[in-house]
Each structure stands twice: as C-alpha cells, then as structure tokens.
Design a protein around this ligand. Structure first.
Ligand SMILES: [Zn+2]
Length: 79
C-alpha cells in the first residue's frame, strides 16, 4: 500500500567528511533533509561514539573511512 503525501520530498542536505576531534578517525556523514521536518539531530563518531549535533530531518548516516589513531580504546566520555 502506498499513499501520496503532500509536501516536499526528502533530499540530502549535505555529505561531508569529518575527522573526529577526540579519536582522530575519519568518517563521512550523509545528512538527510526534508523541509518542514528538520530539527536538531545527532550523529556519532563510528569509533569513539562522540556525539555531534546537526540540523536534519532524521539521524544522519555515518561511514567509517579510516580508523582512530589516538591509541586509546575508550569511547568519548559523553557526560
Ligand atoms: Zn571519535
């Protein structure tokens, strides 16, 4: 079953590459958007799980590109 919904279709607000400031890994982020549905969302470093806020219509997807290089094993201490 499908239903037509009024409004704008989802789109990609942006894709970018990021280096985690805590663990040094590199990952790509794909930020989904949809006009009228956008608000504060979070995405997380795929290695240490440090949280990053972003404006999006739902939680962005992240893909690890290169592993962390800080020599630690611990997750980011998110208090
Ligand atoms: Zn990290």
């Amino acid at each position: 079953m499908s239903m037509l919904v009024e409004g704008t279709p989802p789109y990609v607000r942006g894709t970018f590459q990021q280096t985690c400031g805590y663990c040094g890994c590199v990952f790509s982020v794909r930020v989904p958007g949809r006009i009228g549905y956008e608000g504060p969302e979070n995405y997380y470093c795929p290695e240490c799980h440090k949280r990053f806020p972003v404006k999006a219509s739902r939680a962005p997807g992240v893909t690890l590109i290169s592993k962390r290089c800080d020599g630690r094993k611990a997750n980011y201490p998110d208090l």
